[in-house]
Ligand binder design. Structure first.
Ligand code: 3PG
Ligand code: MG
Length: 393
């Protein structure tokens, strides 16, 4: 049983809130705040009830050392602006100075410095876990994005708490992602994109029996086209995945899944320049497919319009470089236009960025904060961070 935040009595308590504020930092500022902003409702909920909240996260991969560019200081400034409250920044995540700040500091929010500045975090060290746990009375985990990591602040310390719960964000992730595997509303359409088939094999295998249609775009589509004997010119290809693509298409056919591949493309030259619409599924020898073409975008949009539930992971083109963003824009816009009749779930940092670049984030049901965690969840794996919250696993 995983308890909900509202089931805990937070009055006069010090709460340890593990979040995933592993966000891109640009010029000393938070670049993309989606993960931070998504955890604000949990923070506000706790702030209204508890005595104090200790906020803890990792940032990047500093490999167990203090590394200035991985400091959470930019996150502290962002948090302070968002909450309109002082946020005290600790110089470390354990030790006497931190304990003192928690005990005697005036503000209600203390942000710990990057957990991964200590090698013990990733090693899930027992003594380090105990030191983190000693800071608080209650443990709340809202770090869905890091739930696939069995680290001290995620699994190790949780066992020391009688009172622990999922934060509102983690709960929301489970509420949206859980039904995709359990009993998805039909028609359930999955759109997959991104560079490589190899990243998505587990997800395709696990979802294929549950979807009514699978729409494939992005770099990974070319390995599928190649497997069908279609010319792909200089487009991205995973040679060693051609047989697998054939098998997956065969399996889709047996399951009655409508598997759609691009029927036209926007292709560039070998330098990704000179974009040209190719009105055919085949791509001439010197060209590289970099986005689905307008016919494909309409075909995919029609499938979205017929669906009840849509999961989208991976942009269908090189969306960072216009005009190769058009395909992803059409899909994002279509999802937003069909909201809420179609429940849209966006998974993965790049796809969230593509939807946000299209300016429609607020009109889509759920933008997952997980990257690797969401993929592993969709592969059907038990995430250690979720299991650690379970009182009676
Ligand atoms: C992520 O962004 O994937 C999570 O924050 C976990 O970080 P990691 O991949 O460095 O473990
Ligand atoms: Mg990761």
């Amino acid at each position: 049983m995983i308890r909900k935040l509202a089931e805990l009595d937070l009055r006069d308590k010090v709460v340890f809130l593990r979040v995933d504020f592993n966000v891109p930092i640009k010029d000393g500022k938070v670049g993309e705040p989606h993960r931070i902003d998504s955890a604000l409702p949990t923070l506000r909920f706790i702030l209204e009830r508890a005595k104090k909240v200790i906020v803890a996260s990792h940032l990047g991969r500093p490999d167990g050392k203090f590394v200035d560019k991985y400091s959470l200081a930019p996150v502290q400034r962002h948090l302070q602006d968002s909450l309109k409250l002082p946020v005290a920044m600790a110089s470390d995540c354990i030790g006497p100075a931190v304990e003192n700040l928690v005990r005697t500091g005036e503000g209600k929010v203390v942000l710990l410095e990057n957990l991964r500045f200590h090698p013990e975090e990733e090693k899930n060290d027992e003594i380090f876990s105990r030191a983190l746990a000693a800071l608080a009375d209650i443990y709340v985990d809202d770090a869905f994005g890091a739930a696939h990591r069995a680290h001290a602040s995620i699994t190790g310390m949780a066992k020391f708490f009688k009172n622990k719960a999922a934060g509102l964000l983690l709960q929301k992730e489970l509420d949206y992602l859980g039904p995709l595997l359990a009993n998805p509303a039909q028609p359930f359409v999955t759109i997959l994109g991104g560079a490589k088939v190899s990243d998505k094999i587990g997800v395709i295998r696990n979802l294929l029996p549950k979807v009514s249609a699978l729409l494939i775009g992005g770099g990974m589509a070319y390995t599928f086209l190649k497997a069908k004997g279609i010319d792909i010119g200089k487009s991205l290809l995973e040679h060693d995945k051609i047989d697998l693509a054939t098998q997956l298409m065969e399996q889709a056919k047996q399951l009655g899944v409508n598997l759609l591949l691009p029927v036209d493309h926007v292709a560039g030259d070998s330098e990704r320049k000179q974009p040209l619409t190719i009105n055919d599924s085949a791509i001439p020898g010197d060209r590289m497919g970099l986005d689905i073409g307008p016919k494909t975008a309409q075909l995919f949009a029609a499938e979205i319009g017929k669906a009840k539930l849509v999961l989208w992971n991976g942009p269908v083109g090189l969306f960072e470089i216009p005009p190769y963003d058009q395909g992803s824009r059409v899909l994002a816009q279509t999802l937003a236009d069909n909201h809420p009749a179609v429940v849209g779930i966006i998974a993965g940092g790049d796809t969230v960025a593509a939807v946000s670049a299209a300016g429609v984030s607020s009109r889509i049901a759920h933008l997952s904060t997980g990257g690797g965690a969401t993929l592993e969840f969709l592969e059907g794996k038990v995430l250690p961070g979720i299991k650690a919250l379970d009182d009676q696993p």
